[in-house]
Design a binder for this molecule. Sequence first.
Ligand code: SAM
Length: 284
Amino acid sequence: MDLWYTENHTEGVKFSLKINNHLFSSQSQFQKVDILETHEYGNLMTLDGLVMVTEKDEFIYHDMIVHPALSVNPNIKKVLVIGGGDGGTVRELMKYPSIEHVDMVEIDKMVVDVSKEFFPSISCELSNPKVKLLYEDGVAFVKDKKNVYDLILIDSTDPIGPGEGLFTTDFYNNCFQALKDDGIVVNQNETPVYENFFEVGISSNKKLKKMFPIVEVYQASIPTYPGGYWLFNFASKKYNPLKDIKVNDWNSLNIHTKYYNTDLHMGSFALPNYVKEKFENGNV
Ligand code: SAM
């Protein structure tokens, strides 16, 4: 009998992957962690039953949460990653010799441990001496930080359970304070394909606009995420992601990426009308 993993994206939409093996399953202090060996997408990690990362398409998400900011400000030295337990975001950051230090604040040590065991090609830089791993709540961590980071990457789960506090105005305010005068924050911003996800994305975007002078949305196609179409917020104190991109500087670094390039960067901010209009008028 075939084994299938299924995620309900909405009441009327299910997403299923054929499973060869259920490699790991355990309840942590914060969430249920499962590792499944899929037929088509390699190993899959789910948290509370929701897709987090697969070996086959993780490169898209991790390229797009990291490289746009680094091509706009090549002088980024100190980075804060909130969440990101699988290690993919840190792996991409470590491709930049100019980055001096990364604090990775992940609430759940079990996610890091299983990622080291079942996703070696993703978690490979988690022991890099430039990376400090802190098993703490990101909401509390940023509260007392002032003018410390050049870049904050919020590589979180959806706003349910431990991730809920990572989509609030207070948290974004604290991120604003924790950034230097030319700082940038990037967060995963859900999909516009389904209204319940889109509402979260629009609300998060509106909140960031309360304190950041520049907030732009960009997109990527991620097959295993709801709708296969995912958005990110680029919130910045100084740099505009289109006007200030340093194309020659970034290309001269010869950083190997499987998804990101500077042409795609420009296109990723060119949103379709139905998405653009909703962010402009702030309503789903
Ligand atoms: N790319 C995935 C996505 O978009 O759904 C996210 C991947 S990453 C595994 C998400 C991580 O955020 C998880 O490991 C989870 O434990 C962590 N996380 C959730 N809430 C957190 C919090 N308040 N502070 C720090 N980490 C948190």
